[in-house]
Write a protein that binds this ligand. Structure first.
Ligand SMILES: NC(=O)c1ccc[n+]([C@@H]2O[C@H](COP(=O)([O-])OP(=O)(O)OC[C@H]3O[C@@H](n4cnc5c(N)ncnc54)[C@H](OP(=O)(O)O)[C@@H]3O)[C@@H](O)[C@H]2O)c1
Length: 178
């Protein structure tokens, strides 16, 4: 995996905590942005915590202005949150990378516009963009959601691949979604 200088993981204290810990081996500095500072600190001693609600535009701008410009931002954001997504994309270093981790609804073949809407965050910016859609797992004739280990491994593999779009697990057949 490419080595990064400064990485910011938005929503990195939940299911992406293992991913955040692994990225510490591939970056000079890793920060996690989430609301609960204690929960961020529990991820790792070496991770910088940024306590902030990404739905609070003023607080987000202030938090982003106080950190060294990241060359990689990985964002797991609930809801559409166009302003937060744009503010984060605008904070990435020129020629850096913005990675959005997206729920399975963004892979719904009946709604291709959802992925396009997420990509608007980087419109006109001189940065690379990757979308990582979390799918599901088919096993033993049944389907289930991904577990945290599968999600963390999948996001890491997606970043390593540098592909514009990655699917963790599968989205097919869509009708088999849990
Ligand atoms: N396709 C799939 O299989 C799939 C997809 C998604 C989730 N899941 C599963 O569902 C479980 C729960 O997922 P989850 O969505 O609750 O994710 P999570 O990653 O466990 O928690 C959300 C993360 O975002 C932060 N966050 C939430 N709202 C925020 C806000 N307004 N501002 C800043 N940070 C915020 C949370 O920290 P704070 O609360 O401290 O802010 C936390 O770090 C996961 O464990 C995963 O295994 C599966």
């Amino acid at each position: 995996m490419k080595r990064f200088e400064r990485v910011l993981i938005v929503g990195g204290s939940g299911m992406l905590a293992g991913f955040a810990r692994t990225l510490c081996n591939h970056a000079v500095r890793v920060s996690v942005l989430a609301r609960n500072e204690k929960r961020i600190r529990a991820v790792s001693d070496t991770i910088e915590s940024i306590a902030c609600d990404y739905n609070d535009g003023v607080a987000l701008s202030e938090a982003l202005s106080q950190i060294e410009t990241p060359d990689l931002i990985v964002a797991w954001i609930h809801g559409r949150a166009p302003h937060a997504r744009r503010a984060l994309a605008e904070s990435v270093l020129a020629e850096g990378r913005f990675v959005q981790v997206l729920g399975s609804a963004h892979g719904d073949p009946g709604h291709p516009e959802r992925l396009a809407e997420m990509a608007k965050a980087v419109e006109g910016l001189p940065i690379d963009y990757q979308a990582v859609v979390l799918g599901f797992v088919l096993e033993g004739g049944k389907s289930r959601w991904l577990n945290n280990t599968e999600i963390c491994d999948g996001v890491l593999a997606a970043i390593d691949s540098e592909r514009a779009l990655s699917i963790v697990g599968t989205l097919e057949p869509w009708s088999a979604k849990p």
